[in-house]
Write a protein that binds this ligand. Structure first.
Ligand SMILES: *Cc1c(COP(=O)(O)O)cnc(C)c1O
Length: 352
């Protein structure tokens, strides 16, 4: 029996077209700026996002950190949603490396509005750390792949700019958001000062993310990437896979979203699971299991024994993510396994 891996859209493996492109890639030393495939990927990313420049980075975390370093001074504050990736899952690098403080607020569905942001802006007093940057996340991972209405994101950008702040977008899954909105990534990111997006998530590339923005911003990020140890040599082998991901994968994301919707509806029909399928609009499904008599880690463990992998996002919530290596049949296997697990007797409550 094959494993149904719904832990993340990072588990995808490169397609045979990607493997072939990697084997055939023209390469050079990218620290000298001489890798033609990297240069092509960066130019194409800038073109797609209608920006002046782009920089290939090994990870989304590095892309976000470079943006934070680019837009802040040490001791500044960065406003972000409480469950933002930059706040929870990046080793506190904004503090540990960039020397800034996250200033967080919980937001319904993870969607920050100006009404939530404005009260967090620090006064101009010499002993107050000063707010420099707002970071939004679209889609919002830990709120179940939620999508910013473009008007809300643009309103945040405009008012932040009027207040003298920069706005960075953690767009790890911005292509999923664009597909859900039926708009281009350029259209929905136009007002941000910088955007990071991942090739290695739903787009299915093995490695890599891009940071896009102005010439000046990317020039600074390029220097800092080297400082962080991210100067890569014949990295065109990775960029070649990234180019295919960038050109070909966005049109398939709609299938992941349909599969997530199918998954959500199936889960919602299982007794004990609390989930509103209408809230699932991209490829991430997060649901509550409080009334099943089990914790989320227990359910994940029982599913794993049936070769269905997913993750607990807290004590009573579980996350499943659809992706290009997961078809409808796999989703049905997962649903059957979940129904079976919950039909079995719950483990002894004393164990908790
Ligand atoms: C995965 C992810 C990142 C970071 O990507 P890595 O390539 O794993 O470093 C950043 N933000 C969000 C929302 C993500 O889901």
């Amino acid at each position: 029996m094959t494993i149904v891996d719904l832990r993340s859209d990072t588990v995808t493996r490169p397609t045979s077209a990607m493997r072939a492109a990697m084997a055939a890639a023209e390469v050079g030393d990218d620290v000298y700026g001489e890798d033609p495939t990297v240069n092509r990927l960066q130019a194409r990313a800038a073109e797609i996002f209608q920006r002046e420049a782009a920089l290939f980075v090994p990870t989304g975390c590095m892309g976000n950190l470079l943006a934070i370093m680019g837009w802040t001074q040490r001791s500044n504050e960065v406003i972000c949603e409480q469950r933002a990736h930059v706040n929870l899952y990046e080793l506190a690098s904004m503090s540990a490396v960039a020397g800034v403080m996250p200033r967080t607020v919980p937001a319904p569905s993870g969607i920050l509005t100006w009404e939530l942001i404005e009260p967090l802006i620090r006064e101009t007093i010499y002993y107050d750390s000063q707010t420099a940057l707002v970071t939004l996340e679209n889609t919002h991972n830990m709120h179940g792949g939620t999508v910013y209405p473009t008007a809300v994101a643009e309103d945040v950008c405009e008012r932040a700019h009027a207040a003298g702040l920069r706005v960075h977008l953690d767009g790890a899954r911005i292509f999923n958001a664009a597909v859900a909105l039926g708009k281009s990534v350029a259209d929905i990111t136009r007002k941000f000062d910088s955007v990071m997006f991942c090739l290695s998530k739903g787009l299915g590339a093995p490695v890599g993310s891009l940071l896009v923005g102005s010439h000046d911003f990317i020039k600074q990020a390029h220097i800092r990437r080297k400082m962080l140890g991210g100067g890569m040599r014949q990295v065109g082998v990775l960029a070649a896979a990234g180019l295919i991901a960038l050109e070909e994968s966005p049109k398939h994301l709609v299938l992941d979203h349909e599969n997530a919707q199918h998954l959500a509806q199936g889960l919602a029909a299982i007794k004990g699971i609390a989930l509103d399928p209408a809230r699932v609009v991209t490829n991430i499904v997060i649901f509550e299991v409080r009334t099943t008599g089990r914790t989320a880690p227990e359910i994940c463990e029982q599913l794993a024994a049936k070769k269905v992998l997913c993750s607990a996002t807290d004590q009573y919530s579980v996350r499943m993510v659809t992706h290009c290596d997961m078809d409808r049949a796999g989703i049905d296997v997962a649903l059957a396994a979940m129904a079976q697990v919950l039909a079995e007797k719950a483990p002894a409550a004393a164990a908790r």
